[in-house]
Design a protein around this ligand. Sequence first.
Ligand SMILES: Nc1ncnc2c1ncn2[C@@H]1O[C@H](COP(=O)(O)OP(=O)(O)OP(=O)(O)O)[C@@H](O)[C@H]1O
Ligand SMILES: [Mg+2]
Length: 271
Amino acid sequence: MASPITPRQVSSGAAFSVDRMAFAYPESLRAVFERFSLKARPGEFLAILGPSGCGKSTLLNLLSGFLRPQSGHITIDGVPVVPEHPVLGYVFQSPNLFPWLSVLENVRFGLRMNRRGSAQEQRDVALNFLRLVGLEEQAHEPPHRLSGGQRQRVALARSLALEPRLLLMDEPFAALDALTRASLNDELLRIWSGLGKTILFITHDIDEAIYLADRVLVLGLPPTGITAEVAIDLPRPRNQRGTRANPLFAQLREQLSEEIAKVMTSNQRVS
Ligand SMILES: Nc1ncnc2c1ncn2[C@@H]1O[C@H](COP(=O)(O)OP(=O)(O)OP(=O)(O)O)[C@@H](O)[C@H]1O
Ligand SMILES: [Mg+2]
């Protein structure tokens, strides 16, 4: 039987904890993580930077329960993580929309699969989230009529519709041009500050990490783990011109660029 949909509400974010986790892919000789630990507060916006192959996507797959660590513990709000955990939402680099479904039906899809509410309630919820990402008018279009940025907004609405408390985002805006990316960054901050989710955001872009996050972590190459952790004490709400013009922004960029350079140098020494 369908469970009722609660009206859209401000949901508090989930805390998560990774404690002394070790993980290696089955057929691989080298561990991706050894005694890796990481914690996030409820509602925190955490960004992770690191070179290709350092284990960023692997970390998301472990947090989502799709991969299991060989040792250590991963918990969300103190409870061990399991696949399809209802508090988790994902947004990936590619929006992966169903081309044969309208924008609205794409956003409704997860609600249908989870049998949340009646068909009409599901449509209302989907429309609410499309409104939140500024795509209400495109609700009945097929995805191919949308721009890349609009498709990524649909993907965001689709995961938000399931009311996750922890949003895992794996380079969600990497394929977009700089202007679209900036506007989606602003939209994401607006939604985050309104809904209070915890966000773990992966990016290769130092400026994007600083602009969005409360805290930026730099990951070294396997099995190094976290090589730097930088608190981003830029005031909120942030905006493109004011925040980027803040002298602290330039200092943080310098500091993080140095940390990334160190990771890259140690990589060259290893290989
Ligand atoms: N299915 C797999 N089987 C074996 N090794 C894998 C598998 N997936 C990833 N790896 C290895 O694990 C390490 C971490 O990969 P991962 O995809 O997490 O890196 P990443 O930081 O997300 O890189 P990118 O920035 O390129 O997306 C890499 O050395 C990669 O080769
Ligand atoms: Mg990756």
